[in-house]
Design a protein around this ligand. Structure first.
Ligand code: FAD
Length: 328
């Protein structure tokens, strides 16, 4: 069927006529013109709240058929935690991926466990679901209120990346709605160009509607260590040593602390504030400090072995060390 060119004024009518399970909103659009960066505000023409993958495919196919004359752009929006308007579409269509997050997650146990999730799902929900099976994704971001599609369009980096790679290296398969509105499954072996284009593709090669993500057994307990350095060379030497060591931590991440009070106060609160000796160690006098955050996963019966791990690995003479144990 050939579509006639539409004027911009007619586009809303054409969108409203599409057979969808979800709906377009042309009025409540302001939230789609903001993001975490709070620097760019591009109002879309409409927000699509899809209830199914076919809603997204139908919409994009329609826009493709309208042709470039419509000048409609499309942006998927996960949790809107971009900094520079990446999930916004000026006078275009923003696809609210969270509407899809109600689609059921499926966790598969066995030798090579994985979870099959919607692209709009938040990582925190993926964690809660997979923990029911004693499993967890291998690679994380620090902050878990981000969407699966949102971080897979970037990279998804955290303290497990040195071992497992970023989140985009732990995906078996994707379901993607392409720029022509086709729904395509892709993986390393099938439609590999699309797979590698979409992973880390900043939303420019298609919309991720489902992802199959590799899992591993979740630890029962975690020994969590923060090490604070004033000397950059020692900080880097320790970090490189820990990352390349054979028997090392399960999570290693380095930070530069330039915040004069906030983060250090947060650290200080981890100690007994009544203890002046400990509290004094966190005076930064406005200097830049460096922090290693480390975690060792273990089972409760391994606690003695785990207790020795830091003594072997960290140059303690030039660092302040804070340790905690947590149930996972
Ligand atoms: C407080 C905070 C903490 C963060 N911590 C980390 C961290 O520890 N590690 C890390 O790696 N990053 C981190 N980030 C960066 C974050 O991973 C990216 O900003 C990510 O894109 C945000 O996910 P989102 O769901 O909010 O995506 P959005 O901001 O909604 O979208 C980001 C981009 O992805 C596209 N997109 C969204 N969903 C899809 C989809 N389903 N299919 C295709 N494209 C899509 C959008 O169009 C846009 O281009 C952090 C950001 C913030 C604000």
């Amino acid at each position: 069927m050939r579509y006639q060119p539409l004027s911009f004024l007619n586009i809303p009518y054409s969108l409203k006529s599409l057979p969808l399970n979800g709906h377009f909103d042309f009025d409540e659009i302001h939230h789609a013109a903001s993001d975490f960066g709070n620097r760019y505000q591009f109002l879309p023409l409409a927000v699509l709240h899809p209830k199914s993958v076919s809603d997204i495919a139908t919409t994009i196919r329609h826009i493709w058929q309208l042709g470039p004359g419509s000048e409609l752009t499309v942006a998927a929006r996960g949790h809107g935690h971009s900094l520079q308007g990446q999930a916004q579409a000026h006078r275009g269509i923003v696809v609210n991926m969270k509407s899809l997050s109600g689609l059921k997650m499926h966790t598969y146990t066995g030798k090579h466990p994985y979870v099959d999730v919607s692209g709009g799902e938040l990582w925190i929900n993926v964690l809660h679901e997979t923990l029911k099976y004693g499993l967890a994704p291998k690679s994380w971001t620090d902050y878990l209120y981000l969407s699966v599609g949102g971080t897979l369009s970037n990279a998804g980096i955290s303290g497990q990346s040195f071992r497992h790679g970023p989140q985009i290296s732990n995906v078996h398969q994707l379901e993607v709605v392409t720029g022509k509105g086709e729904v395509v499954n892709c993986s390393e072996k099938k439609n590999a160009d699309l797979f590698y284009g979409v992973l880390g593709g900043l939303g420019q090669f298609g919309i991720i509607t489902r992802a199959i993500i590799s899992l591993e057994p979740a630890p029962k307990m975690v020994k969590w260590i923060r090490v604070l350095y004033s000397d950059f060379a020692t900080f880097v030497r320790d970090q490189e040593h820990l990352i390349s060591a054979e028997k090392t931590f399960d999570y290693i991440e380095g930070f530069v602390i330039i915040n004069k009070t906030g983060l250090l106060n947060n650290w200080r609160s981890s100690f007994n504030p009544q203890d002046p000796v400990q509290a004094r160690q966190f005076e930064s006098d406005g200097r830049t400090l460096f922090c290693l955050e480390l975690a060792k996963n273990f089972n409760p019966d391994e606690i003695d072995i785990v207790n020795n791990v830091r003594h072997v690995m960290i140059n303690q003479s030039s660092a302040i060390v804070l340790i905690r144990y947590s149930n996972f």
